[in-house]
Design a protein around this ligand. Sequence first.
Ligand SMILES: C[S@@+](CC[C@H](N)C(=O)[O-])C[C@H]1O[C@@H](n2cnc3c(N)ncnc32)[C@H](O)[C@@H]1O
Length: 343
Amino acid sequence: MAGNKKPRGTTDEETGLSGNGKVKGATAERLKRLDFHSALRGEVLPLCRLKAGEVWEDPGRGHRVGVLDVTDPKDVSALIGREKAVLIVNDPPYNVAVGGANTANLFKHSLEEYLDFSRKWVANAVDVLADDAHLYIWIGADYRDGLQPLPDFIVLMRDFQELTVRNFITMRNQRGYGTQKNWMWVRQELLYYVKGNPDFNIEAEYTDIPKILRGYYKEVDGERTENMERGKSQYIRAGNVWVDIQQVFYRMEENVPGCYGQKPLKAIERILRSASGEGSLVIDFFAHAGTTLIAGERLNRQVYTCDIDPVFAEITIRRLENFRETGKTGWQWRNPFPELEQE
Ligand SMILES: C[S@@+](CC[C@H](N)C(=O)[O-])C[C@H]1O[C@@H](n2cnc3c(N)ncnc32)[C@H](O)[C@@H]1O
């Protein structure tokens, strides 16, 4: 920290400990995880411009950010009105107590309560999808608890007759959790449904990983060719196992200190590219670090998003403002609330 500034609610500079207790050195995150540090919420809340039920409208591109409960149809209508979206990307809480913390917004409830919560928000999402539209849902499976809620959620989704399953994607994290006695848990599940028959932009499928395996010889017009010659691209497709996306951590520009469930921008941009065109309306019910909003801003889509927690709605708006001012996609280890750093 420069000069004699003393940060409040921030990493302890003497010990170099971050919110999760790990030593990170000089570039430690300047804001602790808001789910672990409830006192910090009290300091951040007065800095939030929106209260429950309010919606911020972006004077620039018309994006919207609300503090809303997406299980309530009235709240969803306050955000979206009568408009319809070609794409919804939702990352709800996974019903897993992350790092042992059971916070109000990243809760662990009974499975029944979780499915009730899910049924409500999915119904509200279906209502605001256009006739031909895409719905992506990130979801978890807790091996310590019968792998809930993934299978239960998948079964619940069968009740929504308007939706058809299109795919089941797994994104591979580089770091995971686990023990010395188990395979490291590195997977992030992403369910893909469609309503009607929306367009899929195949260009979005290609990674920047060159094809390296030769083989798959086939005769074409009497000539023996191999797959590299026949392929449309020299790069491999992402397919439904995404191995080329770096998990967000505090040394990456896009990192948002304070957040605990941030999705990588590259993953969200891949979804937006594949499932929406420039100028389309994209919705994210669970804004958190505001990743979908930044992806939409960068790719020229309009984004309506919200979070039940005013702190994450504020972070989402600030992330957009910070991006417009600095061109940076996040704060890396710096504080999204510099006001908390007093002289
Ligand atoms: C896993 S995080 C989403 C992470 C996000 N995709 C990102 O990349 O930053 C889930 C978010 O859902 C919010 N949330 C929980 N219940 C909600 C509800 N009923 N309505 C709206 N948001 C809710 C939480 O406050 C939390 O910020």
